[in-house]
Write a protein of this length. Structure first.
Lengths: 493, 253
């Protein structure tokens, strides 16, 4: 055995030598290859003729923006076959006149072969990469073969960047907003709701005050003051408020008033029953009978998410019933601002029910902003406190099934609702009632019967009618190849 | 001493012993301690499948406490410092965020600072009402902004995507399956929308379309359920891989 080991040890230096020798030889070969490549390149480069230059087709201000941006289109060099074997790319050079009148140039960007457009974006005058509006610029496209072989196009210009007041590509969106707000205001008025015009006066006053305070603060701190902004704040705010008035109520209000009067002031907007919402009273009653709490989960959304806002309305209704029935309510929150709003909602509900003394701030509490830690905490509560009824209404993600499954194990009656399509299947299989998508929005209107919410719901239905109409027309247009109609409806951002 | 208590103590000692044994197997190394802790916390959380127990409670409270503290610090360093302190007084953050220290101050950020202070007024017993102004501003502004976003993504874009030819054409002529697919999409969208009409009773032809709509929705949810369950299985596989690979080293990764 020892002899065998010794024999192997003798071979070891030979093996190491062979390995090192192999590595050295490979290295030498690589070096040679590098030298050859460089030599080849150096020899080849002078042989390459310059390519045919690209031709600038158009250089103009980028439309529908705030300015500081210029679009360039050019015809590719005839030598650009789209493979990159010869023409490897293009360089965009921008020229501007200096104070002495000389032309100063800067390379803005390199783009690969077969690309014939570029958008030159910059900043305001005092930005890091200034491209101020209204200043003259010239452009040239350099067709590149190698570092030393290239050809320049004709210089194109002058051209200026400009900002636009109106984004023509968003016209369909503006029409949709106008239609939706008109329908909403009209139906709110029809349903007996009032329309407050005071904000249209107050809002511009607030905005002007803010702008003036800002300018004064800037003057005091940094010594800079924009007289133009100070003066223009008044007409701009007034025009903005007028526009808002026209969009929000200027059309819808008179229509609503007319219909309301025609119907003799007695209009009852119908909302079809939602089984999930009809079960709310049943769930609260069950909790009261069992003497167990009600768990209300608002989801992971922020206070600005539509689903969370709708959930607040339902929470108000649930809290009011809980206060009336003298049951207890648990509202664990994921978001601190949601918690703050939820506390206000529950507090108001208890006051409305005539039992403000039974309200406790600890009913609504913050847990954590970590998704699965929140789930772990809520699941623990479910199994320890065994709530009689669980409500999951709001914005939910991967925690939906974990919550609903645990609630099911705890034997609670469960009502869920979310507008997250991916989470709805889990609620449907694990909960007793599920509000699907927009049903959650409708629930708040159905429960409160407030004219504002009922009017909004009715307006949404009209919006859907328009959707169906446009979809049918669009399908006919697509089937018969009427592309103009489809293009007209598209939003260009 | 009651039997239940004795059993609890015995289990506790067993868990501690198992923990120490696991750490000893990794030569008392730091990485070994981390892997063992991770594995035991995973098992504590999984013990919830049996029933609520002190080990689950321990893991839950640890998880909630650590995450709350972690997110508080994250919010402070990722939101408060760069978006407020660095904007109002850049030189103050020079030590922590030198890239922001050279920028000029932006005094417009006094407005969110004031709103933030107004929110904190909730802590004052008499000034709690002031926080409602800030809340109204946050909810109103973002809801208004969301209106445009939703109109664009859920209304205009959806109409745009529904505008498909019912007779799909390919280079070889009419595509049967392409046309079938387009017709299903078109009818599915229309009937799905009809289901979500709330101000009209679902009766007659309208009711029939709504019923078809809910069937289509349920089919979609079924497909979505299967798809997401598969994703969850992969998460479970990841955790099992951690337990049997990283911790017990029973499988090669």
């Amino acid at each position: 055995m020892n002899n065998f080991c010794k024999t192997r040890l003798k071979f070891l230096p030979i093996l190491i030598f062979l390995f090192l020798a192999g590595s050295l030889m490979a290295q030498t070969a690589e070096d040679t290859a590098e030298v050859l490549t460089e030599a080849d390149t150096a020899e080849m480069e002078p042989q390459l003729p310059p390519p045919a230059p690209a031709k600038i087709d158009s250089v103009k201000d980028t439309p529908n923006d705030r300015g500081h941006s210029i679009d360039l289109w050019w015809s590719l060099s005839p030598d650009d076959d789209g493979t990159g074997n010869y023409v490897t790319g293009y360089e965009i050079w921008r020229f501007e006149k200096t104070e002495t009148g000389e032309m100063d140039s800067v390379r803005r960007k390199s783009v690969p072969y077969a690309v014939g457009y570029f958008t030159d974006r910059g900043d305001k005058d005092n930005g890091q990469d200034p491209l101020p509006n209204g200043k003259d610029y010239w452009y040239r496209i350099r067709t590149i073969v190698s570092k030393t072989v290239y050809s320049d196009s004709e210089k194109f210009g002058p051209v200026q960047a400009e900002g636009q007041w109106y984004h023509t590509g968003k016209t369909p969106l503006a029409v949709a907003v106008l239609l939706f707000s008109t329908f909403t205001v009209a139906f709110i008025v029809i349903a007996g709701g009032s329309f407050d015009f005071k904000p249209f006066i107050i809002v511009p006053i607030i905005s002007v005050t803010f702008i003036w305070i800002r300018e004064i603060v800037l003057l005091l701190i940094s010594g800079s003051f924009s007289f133009q902004t100070f003066i223009l704040a008044v007409p701009f705010s007034a025009v903005g408020s007028l526009g808002l008035f026209i969009i929000a109520g200027g059309i819808g209000y008179p229509i609503g008033r007319y219909i309301h009067k025609q119907k003799g002031g007695k209009v009852d907007l119908y909302v079809r029953p939602l089984s999930g919402i009809n079960a709310v009273d049943e769930a609260i009653g069950r909790a009261t009978e069992m003497g167990k709490p009600i768990l209300y989960v608002l989801g992971l959304g922020t206070a600005a998410d539509i689903a969370t806002i709708c959930s607040f309305t339902v929470l108000g209704r649930v809290a009011k019933k809980v206060a009336e029935h003298q049951s207890s309510l648990i509202v664990p929150c994921y978001d601190p601002i949601v918690m703050t709003v939820a506390q206000e909602v529950v507090k108001n509900a208890y006051a409305e029910a005539g039992r403000p003394d039974t309200y406790d701030d600890d009913m609504v509490f913050f847990v954590t902003q970590s998704q699965f830690a929140y789930v772990a905490a809520v699941n623990g509560m479910m199994l320890r406190q065994l709530p009689a009824s669980n409500f999951y209404l709001g914005l939910f993600y991967a925690e939906s099934l974990l919550l609903a499954e645990t609630g099911s194990l705890a034997g609670s009656i469960q009502i869920a609702g979310t507008d997250q399509v991916a989470q709805l299947p889990f609620f449907i299989v694990a909960c007793d009632y599920t509000l699907i998508g927009e049903e959650l929005y409708a629930a708040s209107a159905y429960l409160s019967k407030e004219p504002i919410l009922l009017g909004s719901l009715k307006a949404e239905d009209w919006g859907k009618s328009i959707f169906i109409f446009l979809a049918i027309v669009g399908v006919i247009a697509a089937t018969f190849g009427w592309q103009n109609f489809i293009d007209w409806l598209a939003i260009r951002l | 001493m009651k039997t239940g208590r004795l059993v609890s103590i015995a289990i506790f000692i067993l868990v501690i012993a198992a923990f120490l044994f696991s750490w000893w197997r990794s030569d008392w190394s730091k990485s070994g301690l981390l892997v063992t802790t991770g594995a035991f916390l995973t098992l504590f959380i999984l013990s919830f499948l049996y029933k609520d127990n002190p080990y689950y409670k321990f893991a839950e409270h640890l998880f909630v406490g650590v995450s709350a503290a972690y997110w508080m610090m994250m919010s402070f360093w990722n939101i408060m410092v760069p978006n407020l302190v660095a904007k109002l007084y850049p030189s103050l953050v020079g030590g922590a965020l030198p890239a922001l220290a050279d920028k000029p101050p932006d005094y417009l950020f006094f407005i969110p600072m004031v709103l933030g202070i107004m929110l904190l007024m909730r802590l004052s017993p008499k000034g709690g009402w002031i926080s409602r102004w800030a809340l109204a501003f946050i909810v109103g502004t973002t809801a208004g902004l969301n209106l445009i976003r939703y109109l664009r993504s859920d209304f205009i874009r959806q109409i745009d995507n529904t505008m498909i030819p019912l007779v799909a054409q390919t280079d070889a002529g009419i595509s049967f399956w392409g046309s079938f697919s387009n017709i299903v999409i078109f009818i599915g969208v229309l009937c799905g929308l009809i289901y979500f009409f709330f101000s009209k009773e679902h009766k007659g032809l309208f009711g029939g379309a709504a019923r078809l709509g809910i069937w289509i929705l349920m089919l979609t949810f079924g497909a979505g359920f299967g798809y997401t369950v598969m994703a969850r299985i992969s998460l479970l596989a990841g955790r099992m891989s951690y337990l049997f690979g990283d911790w017990l080293r029973l499988i090669n990764q």
